[in-house]
Design a protein around this ligand. Structure first.
Ligand code: GCU
Length: 682
């Protein structure tokens, strides 16, 4: 059945007979002489794809094109016929991982060449080539070249050693720690294939709320077995380092980063680790946040902690990804300000192989947040993006919310840190401040579910994350279109309406959950379902009331200079925009301002009516989505059609649940009526 297991790598036979015939003529011979593990993986993929898409079983025996329609694949080192082509200057511009796909003539034979400087570049080129076939693109006169804008394109798995997944909504962890290293589940390879098809080249296997046991020999050999599978797909393994590991698994009395014995322990541990995983990528660390241990336990700062680990991995070429997601309920300051307050003063004090990993917004992966003020505020320190693919706060695995528009909104935001055009994307790719390392991480939404992601549409979020990590200039819509064609069909009667559905979907979620800049008003703990009334959480900064501040006078969090002055953390033009209520985009209104219920909105509505409008609009947009989908049955196999239908029905019910919970709760403060003509809350 169509469980969705094959993701976007379906390789079903091309349906249109004319197109199929054309493709078959364009691909008659495979010239692919290289033999490294990565090239073998690429070759295997290409053969699998061509067999499925075109029904052609090509061997790769020839060393040079002898037929028109040859496909010549490799690096100048692996294929003499490529070295003989005048591609040197083009290849030079592609760097380590880029590739080109070009229509050329080799001794009078029409040939398509897929070439790169490295084996992994070839692998990426092969996936791109297959994508052309999967999406019905012409194969003649090709002149494609592509190179990643960001070096380290990471997935972060919040996977525990007992196989539970923190904020995972797609089943247990893929990593079967019990049977590793002896059993290699074929799924490990399929996971690597899917990632490589997007250019993802790093995976942090374990939860940021880390268990020190992962650093023991027992587990390192298991992680090494995964690394062995992933290596052929250009993917490096990273692990999370629990800061107190020297105590917990090292038997030391302290984890003080300035203590020589502690430093030595990490050096020795790292050396041991590299024996098992010679190309280990490095450590990802959550420290002094939400109760996790860290350098501050010893009166040291984040740089002291990060630098100790950086010194341990440096001789092996490793790096440290040190998270800036820090806040503490004992600090009275506005939570939105804490990361900046702790990290900004440390700019310039981190080692060269440390990169600070910053969540997209200053709170926590809300349906919408302004960009984190840390972006651009530490020009001497490389900063990487952390996005959350797993949609903890956006309906998890039961709401359709395409994150392409979300990620783009953040990446395109202008920080003005070095004047106009200082976008978040340019900070993250290292170009603005000329950094030698750059990275992006996505918190994975992958688990053992047969469709990997809890529902088919969430596969698009894994996909779009990877595509944007490779090239943040791509458009969300282009990527949705690509994904739909690869995952479902190229039929425009399907692709056009569903692309629209996807493009609108995240804004719908914002509307029925947290319109106008509201945030963190979900159910406590699970973050699923409405919870604006949450007021006695374990910690005050987990209360919804802390964030929405609704009272009889109005609603919203005053973060202007008259409030917590969080706006001061932004560069001047951004600060001035958020400081002034008239200049603040309405999408962020209640993030920065506390306003009366009768405040007049741009639409002419009162704030109350506008808020109610948004909540209702969110629900009706989901209804519309469901209707659109209902008309698409002829284009989709029954199994996936049914699964998505059920999903959308549930989303509609739950959108009402959020809407009614929030509207009725806020009404107890506004004391204003729900405008006439609206369905009564249930
Ligand atoms: C969120 C999430 C936690 C997670 C944390 C983090 O707060 O709810 O489960 O550990 O983010 O990113 O560290």
């Amino acid at each position: 059945g169509e469980s969705g297991y094959r993701l976007w790598l379906r390789y079903d036979k091309v349906k249109d007979p004319a197109l199929l015939e054309n493709y078959q003529r364009m691909v008659t011979q495979l010239v692919f002489p290289g033999k490294s593990a990565v090239l073998n993986a690429a070759k295997q993929e290409l053969k699998l794809g061509l067999k499925g898409l075109l029904g052609q079983d090509l061997n790769a025996a020839a060393v040079s094109p002898t037929l028109s329609g040859a496909l010549l694949v490799g690096t100048p080192a692996s294929a003499k016929a490529i070295a003989a082509l005048p591609l040197a200057s083009k290849l030079k511009a592609l760097g380590k991982e880029g590739f080109l796909i070009q229509s050329v003539q080799v001794k009078g034979k029409a040939t398509t060449v897929i070439a790169a400087n490295s084996d992994v570049g070839v692998l990426y080129g092969v996936f791109k080539y297959l994508q052309l076939l999967q999406t019905g693109k012409p194969l003649s006169n090709l002149n494609i070249s592509s190179a990643p804008k960001i070096q380290l394109r990471m997935l972060n798995h919040w996977d525990n050693l007992d196989r539970s997944v923190e904020r995972g909504y797609a089943g247990l962890s893929l990593w079967d720690w019990k049977t590793l290293p002896d059993v290699s589940n074929p799924r490990y390879r399929d996971y690597a294939r899917a990632n490589a098809s997007l250019g993802i080249n790093g995976t942090a296997l374990t939860n940021v709320n880390a268990n020190a046991k992962i650093l023991t020999k027992e587990y390192l050999v298991k992680a090494a077995a995964l690394a062995d599978v992933f290596r052929s797909y250009g993917i490096k393994v990273y692990l999370t380092a629990r800061f107190s590991a020297p105590i917990e698994v090292g038997g030391l009395k302290t984890a003080d980063p300035l203590d020589p014995a502690v430093r030595q322990w990490w050096k020795d541990k790292t050396t041991e680790l590299y024996k098992y995983i010679p190309d280990f990528g490095g450590f990802l660390v959550k420290a002094n946040s939400e109760g996790q241990p860290g350098p501050q336990n010893y009166g040291r700062n984040h740089a002291d902690g990060a630098n100790m680990l950086a010194d341990a991995v440096a001789p092996h070429g490793g790096i440290v990804m040190w998270r800036a997601f820090v806040y503490d309920n004992k600090v009275p300051e506005d939570r939105a300000k804490q990361a900046y307050s702790e990290f900004k003063p440390l700019d310039g004090t981190f080692r060269k192989n440390v990169i600070v990993q910053v969540k997209n917004g200053p709170i926590d992966f809300q349906p919408r947040e302004p960009f984190s003020p840390l972006f651009g505020a530490m020009p001497k320190t490389p900063q990487m993006m952390e996005f959350q693919i797993t949609m903890e706060y956006l309906g998890q695995s039961t709401h359709l919310s395409y994150l392409g528009t979300y990620f783009k909104e953040v990446l395109d935001a202008d920080t003005y840190s070095k004047g106009k055009g200082s976008t978040v994307a340019r900070i993250v790719d290292g170009s603005l401040d000329k950094h030698s390392i750059s990275a992006m991480a996505g918190v994975a939404n992958i688990g053992l579910d047969s469709n990997w992601c809890g529902n088919i549409f969430n596969q698009a979020n894994w996909y779009v994350y990877g595509r944007l990590a490779w090239d943040h200039d791509l458009q969300a819509e282009t990527i949705a279109d690509e994904w739909l064609k690869m995952t479902f069909t190229s039929d425009s009667g399907f692709v056009a309406p569903v692309t629209q559905m996807m493009m609108a979907s995240r804004e719908n979620v914002v509307n029925y959950m947290t319109p106008l800049g509201l945030h963190h008003i979900m159910s406590e703990g699970t973050h699923y379902g409405p919870g604006p009334w949450v007021n006695s959480a374990e910690r005050p900064d987990w209360n919804s009331t802390y964030y929405h501040r609704a009272d009889s006078a109005g609603i919203g969090f005053d973060r202007t200079s008259k409030g917590t002055n969080a706006v001061a953390q932004y560069a001047a033009p951004v600060r001035e925009m958020f400081e002034q209520v008239e200049k603040t985009p309405e999408a962020y209104l209640l993030w920065f301002h506390h306003l009366p219920w009768t405040y007049k909105m741009k639409s002419g509505n009162t704030l109350w009516n506008e808020l109610v409008d948004r909540y209702y609009f969110g629900v009706s947009a989901v209804q519309l989505t469901r209707h659109t989908w209902a008309g698409l049955e002829p284009h989709v196999d029954a199994q996936r059609f049914k699964a998505i239908t059920a999903l959308l029905e549930r989303q509609e019910q739950e959108a009402k649940w959020y809407r009614d919970g929030c509207v009725l709760y806020f009404q107890t403060f506004s004391k204003m009526p729900i405008p006439a003509g609206y369905e009564k809350p249930a």
